[in-house]
Design a protein around this ligand. Sequence first.
Ligand SMILES: CC(C)(COP(=O)(O)OP(=O)(O)OC[C@H]1O[C@@H](n2cnc3c(N)ncnc32)[C@H](O)[C@@H]1OP(=O)(O)O)[C@@H](O)C(=O)NCCC(=O)NCCS
Length: 240
Amino acid sequence: MAHRPGTTGPTGPTGPTGLTGLVDAWLDGYAVSRQLPVRRHDGVAEIEVASGGRRLEVVVTEPGPALLDATLRRLVGTDDVWVTVLTAAPWAPQPPDGVRVQVDDEVLMTLDLASLASSGDTTRAVVEEHGDRARAVILDGDGDGDGGGGGDGVAAVGWVALTGPPGSTTAVADRVWTAETHRRRGLGRDVMRSLQGWAHTRGARRGVLAASVEGQALYAGLGWRVAARMTSFAGSGDRP
Ligand SMILES: CC(C)(COP(=O)(O)OP(=O)(O)OC[C@H]1O[C@@H](n2cnc3c(N)ncnc32)[C@H](O)[C@@H]1OP(=O)(O)O)[C@@H](O)C(=O)NCCC(=O)NCCS
């Protein structure tokens, strides 16, 4: 039966309480990865993302009907703000007039890094440390510098950021990407293994990331599981 967030029971893998903590850790790690501040107020989190077609992203987790309605209504008449709603269970969005569903096929995924064996897997990725975040990169081997990777010779790349206190550190993977001409050759898997390994050796015991559809296939093969559905909304450009 269709339902709205806030009316669900703890039917998802984590349940509402666990989901809130997981989403908070994801947002904190995302902010570290992108070097952007997160503002939290009145049950919402806001990040000035300034990428992916939006200036501001507002995030709410398992909102009750009143918070959901008030947050979505903020989008009416805007063209550079997204609201992303995270829920443990699928639901049937009914956005108010002037608001449309923008993306509804992304998910939040998590991995138990504590049980990750320090396997010493070798990968083709080189890890560059940047304080509490790291970038794993595989350069295009043909040396022509185009690599299909935006002209910088990058065949595949990804970031991971650490957040949380020692003993409960979370690793947030972000911006995982393989140049189109290099896809389905295991480069994304190598990048992820390197990021996971780096985070594990620095004490991270849990991984979190937001996954596109293509990403979901990659991460599922590495043991990541879906923790939440993500539904993003934007202003529809129509005045109600
Ligand atoms: C997602 C992405 C990084 C995967 O990179 P990749 O280098 O092609 O991935 P790999 O070759 O390492 O794939 C490893 C496995 O993941 C799965 N997989 C990866 N991409 C897949 C796809 N498009 N469809 C189905 N399965 C896929 C497969 O099981 C694959 O193994 P196989 O090729 O032996 O079947 C790449 O498609 C990409 O950059 N997409 C656009 C950006 C994006 O969505 N990034 C993820 C953000 S969360």
